[in-house]
Design a protein around this ligand. Structure first.
Ligand code: GAP
Length: 459
């Protein structure tokens, strides 16, 4: 991977994982591939391989489970990527969704103006070679597309620049078709597209990526309490899925960063070798979205309280994060190269992913592949388990190497079928992090595993 000029290395001795190690693991083990690689690739666009798609699905499902399924006052939608073009005028994206870009006249490197260190802005110099910078130029990030086939009848519109707009568009339909009343929320997970001027740092800044949003509609008088509530809940959610809890923090937006309608905004940030970076934004959107869409569409989106009959435009608390940043941060957080020890003489690379999110939950391993009874018993157990959870069967190489292969992709449990199994139907279950082993009757293995890989979140 080519590192962009934006990469910063934190001070101190904390052993942050170099992004290249994650990139290499992802390619080698089938998590992430560069898109269109045989044609030379496209910057900022990636595909997800067999393990990547499992991890992604688990991340999405966990978010959905904890945000929609387990909250009575939250429902979900799935909106389209292409919408009426007026949507993006109303949202302000056509006019304001711009990045300012500068080039170094000497080394030709390109930078986002708002990412330059203050000193380089002051001196108008390149942070890498000290050369002179060009004047900032504005670039709109929206990706254009066209609806219709005939020249002259084609309508220019955009691939959505943020997924959340669908929620405002469907708000009135949800109100009328579901049994919800304010305060309530609408969630969505969906792709977004941005012509990022400096895509980079692997999945961190892409041109096609996936977002998850909660838009929570409230009475204006209750805005502060719901803002605080979701801010704390989202922080606790991220804490629950990482190991390095001290690498998570809030950062309040300064007055110069706040959108004109926002009274407050916080980023939940995670610290990696790239420094502290946004993972999710908690935004105080007030009535900006519903008032703009009311104005631009001519459709009144105000709400009538069923009891008091008060009519008002609801205010909105937004929590907006990224599936891809979660994917990347979880891999970084989970990655460890363990040196040789009493337990593992060769040392190993291990992903300490939470069992509920790990792409493969269990591997079934016959001790030897040339002993037919071991293989038959192992395959029978594999067939039983794969109906319940993602399960791999592996009989290639010695058992130590097979354990290490599973450790590297974060498989929390390995079940080994050995000669004792043939006598008393017990198997060995090895746990990834501690490498400890227990023996269990084969009939109890499904329940034992299901209890340990189920969704677990009680915040
Ligand atoms: N509706 C609000 C919104 O879109 P944002 O801060 O621009 O806010 C929300 O995006 C989240 O989407 C970010 O916190 C990040 O996780 C993710 N995200 C934004 N741009 C991204 C990109 N170019 N590549 C990957 N993820 C991105």
């Amino acid at each position: 991977m080519t590192q962009t000029q934006e990469q910063t290395v934190p001070t101190g001795d904390t052993p942050f994982v170099p992004i290249e190690k994650i990139v290499s693991l992802c390619k080698r083990r089938g998590f992430v591939y560069p898109n269109s690689e045989i044609y030379g690739g496209v910057s900022g666009i990636y595909d997800f391989g067999p393990l990547g798609v499992e991890l992604r699905n688990n991340i999405r499902r966990f978010w959905w489970w904890s945000m929609v399924q387990t909250n009575d006052n939250v429902v979900g939608i799935e909106g389209s990527i292409i919408t009426h073009p007026r949507v993006w005028e109303a949202s302000g994206h056509v006019e304001n969704f711009v990045d300012r870009l500068v080039d170094c006249k000497n080394c030709k490197r390109r930078f986002r103006y708002d990412h330059l260190p203050k000193e380089n802005v002051r001196l108008n110099t390149c942070p890498v070679c000290g050369g002179e910078l060009t004047e900032p130029r504005r670039f709109n990030l929206m990706m254009e597309t066209y609806i219709g086939v005939l020249e002259g009848e084609r309508m220019k519109t955009y691939l959505r620049g943020e997924a959340s707009q669908n929620i405002y568009l469907d708000y009135d339909n949800v109100l009328k078709s579901s049994r919800v009343a304010i305060p309530f929320g609408i969630c969505q997970i969906g792709k977004a597209f941005r012509n990022e001027v400096t895509p980079g740092n692997f999945l961190f800044r892409q041109r096609e990526f996936e977002q998850w949003d909660l838009q929570f509609f409230v009475h204006p008088s209750e805005m502060q309490q719901w803002f605080d509530y979701w801010k704390e809940r989202r922080f606790a959610w991220y804490q629950s899925i990482i190991t390095h809890k001290d690498r998570l923090r809030f950062r309040a937006h300064g007055p110069d960063e706040l959108a004109h309608y926002a009274k407050q905004a916080f980023d939940i940030e995670y610290q990696t070798i790239l420094g502290w970076q946004e993972w999710e934004g908690i935004h105080w959107r007030q009535d900006w979205d519903l008032s703009r869409h009311s104005e631009y569409s001519g459709h009144d989106l105000s709400y009538t309280d069923p009891e008091t009959k008060e009519r008002y435009l609801p205010w909105i608390v937004e929590t907006s994060g990224g599936v891809d940043r979660t994917f990347l941060n979880l891999l970084i957080d989970a990655y460890e190269e363990e040196p040789p020890s009493g337990k593992d003489k060769e040392g190993r690379t291990v992903l300490h992913l939470s069992p509920m999110l790990a792409p493969v939950k269990v591997a079934v391993l016959p001790l030897q592949k040339n002993k037919e009874e071991l293989v038959t018993t192992a395959k029978e157990l594999h067939h039983k388990l794969r109906r319940l959870m993602v399960c791999q069967y592996d009989d290639v190489a010695n058992i130590g190497r097979r354990y290490r292969r599973q450790d590297e992709i974060g498989t929390p449990f390995c079940v080994t079928i050995d000669f004792t199994t043939l006598e008393d139907q017990t198997v060995t279950i090895r746990e990834r992090d501690s490498m400890s082993q227990i023996r269990l009757h084969m009939n109890h293995v499904p329940a034992y595993l299901l209890e340990r890989v189920r969704w677990d979140y009680s915040v």
